[in-house]
Design a protein around this ligand. Structure first.
Ligand code: COA
Length: 150
């Protein structure tokens, strides 16, 4: 598997990006402001993440996703490690990520990769999404914010 930044003339993998965020408007806005990285295997795009500068010294991983048939095989963990190394190389000192209160697997994965919970953006998903989101039998209402010094 190879991870590389998408070049400006390549079309972003929208289908994959929408697995992480159901809102095309939000995905397009992130793509405009961030850098998109893709994981390729046998000429197939199997994973993606976007790095979005948010504040001086701080960058956020948004829209991380792995193609369904490749999930649970370590690709997500590899993408996160790649994102952390890339951010460090770019000179950032803090990397952040956010996920829903109902995203139990993601919360486990991010903490396994060194992120610590630093806050809760209450009602984030109620404010920004029209459709009700239910995961693991829990309504997704709040954004759990995680951060790591790098
Ligand atoms: N409890 C404890 N650990 C859990 C868990 C749970 N309920 N669910 C997952 N994990 C752990 C696994 O055990 C594994 O850790 P390990 O390597 O120590 O065993 C890790 O989380 C999963 O790692 P990996 O196989 O690398 O994840 P992945 O390739 O499936 O990628 C996602 C993770 C989230 C990117 C992927 O599942 C995905 O694309 N999901 C849909 C899009 C999405 O939700 N994006 C994130 C938006 S915030």
């Amino acid at each position: 598997m190879n991870i590389r930044q998408l070049s400006s003339h390549e079309k972003p993998p929208m289908e994959l990006l929408l697995v992480a965020d159901p809102s095309p408007q939000i995905v397009v806005a992130y793509l405009k402001r961030g850098r998109c990285f893709i994981a390729e295997r046998n000429d197939q795009w199997i994973g993606v993440y976007v790095l979005l500068p948010t504040r001086p010294q701080t960058i956020e991983i948004v829209n991380i996703a792995v193609a369904e048939s490749y999930q649970g095989k370590g690709v997500g963990k590899y993408l996160l490690q790649h994102a952390i190394t890339t951010a460090k190389t770019m000179g950032y000192t803090t990397i952040e990520i956010g996920t829903g209160n109902s995203s139990i697997g993601q919360l486990a994965l991010y903490q396994k990769c060194g992120f610590r919970i630093v806050g809760v953006d209450k009602n984030f998903f109620l404010r920004h999404y029209d459709e009700e989101i239910i995961e693991n039998g829990i309504q997704c209402t709040d954004m759990i914010r995680l951060s790591q010094d790098i």
